[in-house]
Design a protein around this ligand. Structure first.
Ligand SMILES: *Cc1c(COP(=O)(O)O)cnc(C)c1O
Length: 378
């Protein structure tokens, strides 16, 4: 059994993907070819946003957004410690300060009450969870739509507005999800996503995109993506990056986008079946009313994680732990000064959580097989 079965997907799309790749080989515009512009307009239309800019990967998507907002050394950016490292890494790369806020125990997304508390703490000059006061300028928030479930944007956007902060949605895992009828990518003023092969919409290498309605910001990001390019190729008006997506990868995403909604429906069905067959044994995911998940991962919690994972492994069923160590306890972020118990909800989740095979082509038989292993352990 595969954790994410990309081969089954390829067997369905083979003719289309192969012909799109060959079209790129034939026209030869490997960098910034016509598929790039086509993908950007199709993705923008899919999300319902004015502008989409493709880029090299999801990490660059986050980085381009932060750079476009002029985030500089010493600025404070709030995010959660229960996410993939890239979310906080881009903050640190710019010399800005990652300010962590604990998560909601049900959605694993940033807890809006804790967010408000942290902002108040910063404003009053009191010490944060790392026993240090933050004296720089608080600039923005990066909520993460973890495992495919959108964060609580109604509350987050309102807190951000009151405090003059920007909100950058990390939609790397939630592309295709919805929140109050709006698609992920459109839930705050700017969003970043990833087309890493294992994401809900993936390519066959690295890829990413940013989404916004803001004309000024998109123009800056367009320049930043290609070395801070000015009106022509060899004019450079700012320090940027080499952040382009390859044309071949854009061709692959275009093909996969054509069946993406069908795949999302299948993911939803797989998740509902899991909920039914596993809720007697473990804590299954809860999607808040008004939201749908893109089901990037199907993650459950149990005190018997080790036992279940090894029983599944013996039956050839792969599992994974996202995330075994919250970022504030990673060596890379040691310098921030957080210690154990700084974020108890994240820490508890990291000790109990594990993810099961999740992809649109997981069969009922495979899921029943998984359920039998759970039944045997419990
Ligand atoms: C995958 C991921 C990223 C980074 O995307 P890449 O394309 O791998 O650079 C950022 N944030 C989250 C939450 C992710 O899951």
């Amino acid at each position: 059994m595969q954790f994410i079965d990309l081969k089954r997907q390829y067997s369905i799309l083979k003719a289309d993907i192969d012909s799109r790749i060959h079209a790129v080989l034939d026209h030869g515009s490997y960098i910034m070819g016509p598929e790039i512009t086509k993908l950007e307009s199709e993705l923008a239309r899919y999300v319902g946003v004015k502008y989409c800019l493709s880029c090299a990967n999801g990490t660059d998507a986050l980085l381009l957004a932060l750079m476009a907002y002029g985030v500089k050394p010493g600025d404070g950016i709030i995010t959660t410690p229960f996410t993939f490292v890239a979310t906080a890494e881009v903050i640190a790369l710019l010399g800005a300060v990652p300010i962590f806020v604990d998560i909601d125990p049900v959605t694993y997304n940033i807890n809006p009450d804790a967010l408000q508390e942290t902002i108040t703490t910063v404003q009053s000059g009191r010490n944060l969870h790392n026993k240090k006061a933050f004296t720089g300028e608080l600039k923005g928030i990066i909520p993460v739509d973890l495992f495919g479930i959108p964060a609580d944007y109604a509350k987050i956007n309102s807190i951000a507005k009151t405090n003059g902060l920007f909100v950058l949605e990390d939609a790397a895992q939630s592309f295709g999800a919805t929140y109050n009828g709006k698609k992920a990518g459109l839930l705050s003023e700017i969003a970043a996503t990833s087309f890493f092969p294992a994401k809900p919409l993936g390519c066959y290498g690295d890829g990413g995109a940013v989404f916004t309605d803001n004309e000024e910001i998109i123009a800056i990001m367009r320049s930043l993506r290609i070395h801070g390019q000015g009106p022509d190729k060899y004019t450079n008006i700012r320090i940027g990056i080499n952040g382009r997506m390859d044309t071949i990868q854009a061709a692959i995403v275009l093909s996969k986008l054509s069946i993406f909604d069908i795949e999302l429906a299948s993911r939803q069905q797989v998740a509902m079946r899991y909920n039914q067959i596993l809720s007697a044994y473990v804590e299954t995911p809860t999607v808040p009313d008004g939201s749908t998940s893109a089901w990037a991962q199907y993650s459950v919690q149990s005190d018997k994680r080790t036992e279940v994972m090894s029983a599944l492994s013996q039956q050839g069923i792969p599992t994974a732990i996202y995330y075994p160590t919250p970022l504030h306890l990673q060596k890379a972020f040691e310098y921030c000064g957080y210690e154990k118990n700084s974020f108890p909800v994240s820490e508890k989740a990291s000790q109990r959580i594990f993810s099961l095979p999740m992809h649109p082509y997981l069969t009922e038989e495979e899921q029943k097989h998984i359920a039998k292993v759970f039944a045997a352990v419990f």
